[in-house]
Design a protein around this ligand. Structure first.
Ligand SMILES: [Zn+2]
Length: 123
């Protein structure tokens, strides 16, 4: 069995990093009043926002790390019938990274980040 991976131990890579920006939006059910009134006159905590008056939304923001990383270790996993993935341990973070998050150049990483940020997709 021959397993091909995008990168090998010792390769230098740039990382696609995902963070989240949090915003609040006024609850559309209670209009920010935190409560609703029932048809029989009861005032209840808004079930949509749980009495906050707003909902918190998160938006992923992608950016290439400035620092180049070195792959320390990789793990190939397979399960089921034809499912597999490669996990990479790198030297500058304890986070496990996957092939779609690693690039040979910072420019390649940033192009992928720009694509995700423009399309508002999550990887
Ligand atoms: Zn509400």
């Amino acid at each position: 069995m021959i397993i091909e991976t995008k990168f090998d131990v010792g390769d230098k890579v740039y990382i696609l990093n995902k963070t989240f920006k949090y915003d609040k939006t006024t609850c559309t059910v209670c209009s920010g009043n935190k409560t609703i009134e029932t048809t029989n006159g009861l005032t209840l905590e808004c079930p949509e926002c749980h009495g906050n008056g707003y909902k918190q939304i998160s938006k992923p923001i992608y950016a290439a790390w400035n620092e180049q990383a070195i792959i320390k270790h990789l793990t190939y996993q397979t399960w089921g019938y034809n499912n597999n993935q490669v996990q990479y341990d790198i030297d500058i973070t304890d986070l496990i990274k996957y092939e779609h998050e690693l690039f040979k150049t910072k420019q390649e990483a940033q192009l992928e980040c720009d694509k995700f940020n423009k399309e508002q997709v999550t990887c």
